[in-house]
Design a protein around this ligand. Structure first.
Ligand code: ADP
Length: 163
C-alpha cells in the first residue's frame, strides 16, 4: 500500500480518528486525510476551514500524512491523489454496515479503489465527534477525547461563539 486516503467529517477530529490515522500512516508511504465539508450533516459545530486546521494540527507529528478539504466525491479525491486504498475506522456493527455500503459504492465509481476497514482500538471504540461536541457544549474536560494539539483552538472558538 503506497498511497492511501482516510476521510471523515472530523467535526472535530477525536483521539479515535487520530488512532486510525496513525495506524494507517504506519502502513503506507503517504496518507492523505480528506476532510469533508459534509453537506448531509447540517449540525456541524465547526466550519470546514476550522476542521481542516484542527486535523492539520493533530497530524503534524506524522511526516507522511497530509490533510486537505475536499467537497466532491471521495472516490474522485482518492484517484486524484493516486491512492488505491481508502482507510476507514469501524467501531461497531452499524459502522460496519455503513462502511460495507460505502466501500461498494466507491469501488463501483472507480474499480481501482479498495476499502480497508480498521477496527477501533479498545479505549476509543465509543468515541465519536458528536460525543466530543456535547463535551465541548457542556464544558467538560476534553483531554480524554481530543488530540492535545487542538485544545487551545477549540477553547478559542468556543469562547468566541459564546461571545
Ligand atoms: P463520516 O461523516 O465520514 O462518518 P466521521 O468523522 O464521523 O465522518 O468518521 C470518519 C471515519 O472515522 C469513519 O470511518 C468512522 O467510522 C471512523 N471513526 C469515527 N470515530 C472513530 C473511533 N473512535 N475509532 C475508530 N474509527 C472511528
Amino acid at each position: 500500500m503506497k498511497v492511501a486516503v482516510c476521510s471523515g467529517s472530523f467535526d472535530p477530529i477525536t483521539l479515535g480518528h487520530l488512532d486510525i490515522i496513525a495506524r494507517g500512516a504506519a502502513r503506507c508511504e503517504k496518507l492523505w486525510v480528506c476532510v469533508s465539508p459534509n453537506a448531509e450533516k447540517t449540525n456541524q459545530m465547526f466550519t470546514p476551514e476550522q476542521k481542516l486546521t484542527m486535523v492539520q494540527l493533530a497530524v503534524a507529528p506524522f511526516p507522511n500524512v497530509e490533510a486537505e478539504l475536499y467537497g466532491g466525491l471521495l472516490a474522485d479525491y482518492a484517484v486524484e491523489r493516486g491512492a488505491t486504498t481508502i482507510l476507514r475506522g469501524v467501531r461497531n456493527g452499524s459502522d460496519f454496515d455503513a462502511e460495507m455500503q460505502l466501500a461498494a459504492i466507491n469501488h463501483g465509481i472507480h474499480p481501482t479503489l479498495d476499502t480497508w476497514l480498521i477496527p477501533a482500538s479498545g479505549p476509543y471504540a465509543h468515541f465519536s465527534s458528536s460525543m466530543a461536541r456535547e463535551m465541548i457544549r457542556y464544558q467538560q474536560p476534553l483531554e480524554p477525547y481530543l488530540p492535545p494539539a487542538i485544545l487551545p483552538m477549540i477553547q478559542t472558538i468556543w469562547n468566541q461563539k459564546r461571545g
